[in-house]
Write a protein that binds this ligand. Structure first.
Ligand code: ZN
Length: 255
């Protein structure tokens, strides 16, 4: 069943989503699997290994010691020209990534991978680095520990050899200009065919708290990624509309 394209007034005005902001009678627009995970506070969630669509945003976090159950080293799936061998992803994501990167290289592209799984501690280090180097923008470009999709082990940050020519600054590793590179354009067009989706498009910021990240792709499986790619939804928006209830209990002091 199709549903109307959301209007701006339907977007939550703040990052704190309350039950009243979530439609109570949203139609089923995609056959999501159901899970029997207990309802916990939003900073204590531990998605099951079968759940590839758990919402992780500024308001919906993960338990600080949550670690996915099937992390593998990327060196077994990709050549050293693409990734550091010790980078980690969940097994199904690594397999899909290997397939996608081979397709890109077959077309003459040269993607590289800047970041994959990050533990909560590693996210804290990354966030601190942003706060030191760019305090004005840190909160919009780097999630708080426990609130990064990278902790799920299903997210990849890509780069391109063409990025330097666009930014003119070798120190810039993450730039919205990535979408203008050959690799960024290919991912925008084809990533969903391999199960990856862009979770932080420009319009997602009121929902996710993060700015546009054209380099950041999350594996959700081919069926859901294709649905998102053709429907125009981004993951957080879709999940809030498709689920009949919030995925957890918001903390009273949620950001
Ligand atoms: Zn990322």
């Amino acid at each position: 069943m199709a549903i109307a394209t959301p209007t701006p007034t339907e977007v939550p005005p703040t990052l704190t989503l309350t039950p009243s902001l979530v439609p109570s009678s949203s139609p089923t627009i995609f056959p999501l699997p159901t899970f029997d995970a207990p309802i916990v506070t939003c900073d204590e969630r531990r998605p099951t290994d079968e759940d590839l669509s758990a919402i992780v945003t500024a308001s919906f976090g993960l338990a600080t010691d949550y670690v996915p159950g099937d992390l593998v080293r990327l060196g077994n799936y990709l050549p050293g020209s693409v990734t550091l061998p010790d980078m980690l992803l969940r097994r199904e994501t690594a397999e899909a990534l290997g397939k996608m990167v081979r397709a890109m290289k077959a077309e003459g592209l040269a993607p590289t991978i800047l970041s994959t799984y990050r533990s909560c501690f590693e996210q804290a280090v990354a966030r601190h680095r942003w706060e030191v180097n760019d305090p004005a923008n840190a909160s919009q470009v780097s999630a708080l520990p426990g609130h990064s999709e990278h902790q799920l082990g299903t997210v990849v940050d890509f780069s391109s050899p063409g990025l330097l020519a666009l930014t003119g600054d070798p120190a810039v590793k993450f730039s919205p200009l990535f979408v203008q590179t050959s690799e960024g354009l290919w991912l925008k067009t084809h990533a969903h065919e391999y199960g990856f989706t862009l979770t932080n498009p420009p319009e997602a910021q009121p929902w996710t708290g993060l700015t546009y990240e054209p380099w950041h792709y999350r594996y959700v499986g081919v069926d859901l990624a294709v649905y998102l790619g053709t429907s125009g939804y981004f993951l957080a928006e879709f999940m809030f509309r498709a689920r009949p209830a919030l995925p957890c209990i918001p903390a009273l002091d949620a950001p």
